[in-house]
Ligand binder design. Structure first.
Ligand SMILES: Nc1ncnc2c1ncn2[C@@H]1O[C@H](COP(=O)(O)OP(=O)(O)OP(=O)(O)O)[C@@H](O)[C@H]1O
Length: 367
């Protein structure tokens, strides 16, 4: 019989970090613990200053878990938690988060959005990597697979979903409390961009920003949704933290380009989610290869495969790659993402494959 997540936690609780004298579970160092079939994965957060000196601890943790009956594969990753000053970390309240990519868990009532089964955050470490393009196409692709999909554009600094999904006009609020979202290409959409004039520069200040996000989570009449995608602003700021605190987020998908710099930034996003207990559902490489619009030849402009290698290193699922392709940009800028406007194209198929990979993991029906 394969071990349960609790079995794995018990095994990890026997492994003591000699530097702190505390075990991996009570110190909060072991996060993202997942046990599925015989495959176990977890992340050990370490102080970056101790870096490679932690490898023996990682090996001890792997050995403790491997000793459990039914374990076939153990993936254990060391990550540096972003704030080295805070070491040793305070022990988190409650057990480490569940990184299982299976059925949604019942959430505390206050954190649930009525009628919404799962919330998936789409994040990137830095701007311009195509997070919004990926979110829009992924939303349409999931809808094409038969799911009821919502898209919340929380990119307060540059809301682009109304343009990408070809939606305009102000959402109505018949009772002055509930906001009725708009809908196009099979996707229910709400965006901060719909609450402000298109050319109006929005200077959101902290509390206002949190208020807007909470309003969009709590006051929008989303209806029944299998999944709500949240297109986050780039980086690792307040909106990300608010979302993790105020809503029961099923997990996060991180979009990265293959360049090292983008990957470094992507690492920050991954670390932030690990710290806030949000499981990583997968990594998508965008602008993976360049498709020439004239000869259709393929060039590896930014290198290729960096995100896949990083995903493997972290033990996170790699969901797929999207080429840098003029047709993808033109379609997005024209208000009909390529999955909707050219569903038979190879580019649309690449997004559909990613949607299916996500469904096979995070959106899989209950076992
Ligand atoms: N795979 C792609 N092929 C061609 N163009 C792309 C691709 N992905 C994104 N783009 C284009 O790159 C630009 C930036 O993309 P997008 O707005 O999706 O990025 P972003 O990461 O959401 O940026 P920000 O968070 O800064 O708003 C857009 O003009 C978009 O059309």
């Amino acid at each position: 019989m394969s071990p349960s997540r609790d079995d794995v936690l018990k095994a990890l609780a026997t492994v003591v970090d000699p530097a702190t004298g505390r075990d991996l579970v009570s110190s909060g160092a072991a996060v993202g613990v997942s046990a599925k079939g015989g495959a176990v994965s977890f992340v050990i957060q370490v102080d970056p200053a101790r870096g490679s000196a932690m490898e023996p601890l990682r090996r001890a943790a792997v050995a403790a878990v491997e000793a459990l009956p039914g374990v076939e594969k153990v993936t254990a990753v060391l990550t540096a938690h972003a704030d080295a000053q805070s070491s040793p970390r305070p022990a988190p309240k409650g057990p480490p988060p569940d990184l299982s990519f299976g059925a949604p868990k019942p959430a505390p009532a206050s954190k649930r959005i009525e009628g919404v089964d799962r919330i998936i955050a789409i994040a990137s470490g830095k701007g311009g990597v195509g997070k919004s393009t990926v979110s829009a196409n992924l939303a349409v692709a999931l809808a094409a697979e038969g799911l009821r999909v919502g898209l919340l554009d929380a990119d307060v600094y540059g809301p682009s979903q109304p343009r990408m999904l070809g939606v305009s006009g102000r959402p109505s609020s018949p009772d002055g409390k509930t906001i009725i979202p708009l809908r196009n290409h099979g996707v229910t959409l709400m965006s901060v961009g719909l609450l402000t004039a298109e050319d109006e520069a929005v200077v959101w200040r902290g509390p206002m920003l949190m208020g807007a996000l909470q309003q969009m989570l709590g006051q929008v009449a989303w209806g029944r949704l299998d999944v709500l995608l949240v297109d986050l602003p780039p980086g690792t700021g307040d909106v990300q933290l608010t979302l993790a605190q105020k809503a029961e987020v099923t997990g996060a998908v991180v979009v990265s380009t293959p360049q090292d710099i983008a990957l470094l930034d992507a690492r920050k996003a991954l670390d932030m989610f690990a710290k806030t207990g949000v499981p990583i559902l997968g990594i998508i490489e965008n602008m993976s290869t360049f498709i020439c619009p004239h000869c259709q030849g393929e060039t590896q402009l930014f290198g290729h495969g960096g995100a896949k290698a990083e995903a493997a290193r972290l033990g996170a699922p790699f969901l797929g790659e999207i080429p840098l392709d003029l047709a993808i940009r033109v379609a997005g800028d024209g208000g009909a993402p390529i999955v909707a406007s050219q569903p038979g194209s190879p580019q649309a198929q690449a997004f559909r494959a990613i949607a299916r990979a996500l469904m096979a993991g995070a959106l899989a029906p209950a076992e």
